[in-house]
Design a protein around this ligand. Structure first.
Ligand code: PNS
Length: 176
């Protein structure tokens, strides 16, 4: 006979994995803030770094994965993986129950809602969870970081020290 407490324990023990997808070109303090919030809500968080051939990223997929791995080294339930294709296919493959996206300010809503509804149509069993970032990072975006970097500004306001080093290395490579 299965008692109620046993059923409840099984429910509690169900491993909840969330994917946190993005381009992360580069990984910012805003992304780190979202990872930190998601890692407290889920048993495991996998940061899925999109190859995204339509964009021409500053960093290669290998560089972005390495950069993210370095930045999240302190989180025991966070892993990093590259992906290409339909996000929900990858989520199903990994057994994820949720997709995490960060919301910085109202300007993000339109894009995030459209993406959430598209993903829900494709995979109704997977929830999109929109996490509001800390106001300290409300105006930090990867595109602003790339712009500041391009014009030689101080990017350390926006990205973790390991990413500053990766950007410095990229600058040296570009100067060769
Ligand atoms: O950091 P980004 O560039 O805003 O991330 C966008 C990303 C990679 C999450 C999104 O473009 C994506 O999920 N691409 C995979 C293709 C896909 O599944 N498209 C349908 C959902 S809109």
């Amino acid at each position: 006979m299965v008692c109620l407490c046993q059923v409840n324990r099984e429910k509690v023990n169900k491993h909840k994995l969330a994917l946190y997808p993005g381009s992360f070109d580069p990984f910012t303090f805003g992304h780190l803030d979202v990872v930190s919030r998601a890692s407290r809500l889920f048993d495991a968080v996998q940061i899925t770094v999109a190859v995204n051939r339509e964009k021409s990223p500053l960093f290669t997929i290998e560089e972005r994965c390495a950069m993210v791995e370095e930045a999240v080294v302190g989180f025991t339930n966070v892993s990093v993986e590259p992906f290409e294709g339909l996000l929900v296919d990858h989520a199903r493959l990994r057994g994820a129950c949720a997709l995490i996206r960060g919301l910085r300010q109202v300007g993000d809503f339109d894009y995030e809602f459209r993406m959430a509804f598209a993903n829900r149509k494709l995979a109704p069993e997977i929830e999109t969870v929109l996490l509001v970032t800390s106001e300290a990072h409300a105006f930090t975006s990867a595109s602003i970081v790339r712009d500041v970097f391009r014009w030689g500004g101080d990017v350390s306001h926006f990205v973790p020290p390991t990413v500053v080093s990766a950007l410095d290395k990229k600058r040296r490579e570009n100067q060769k």
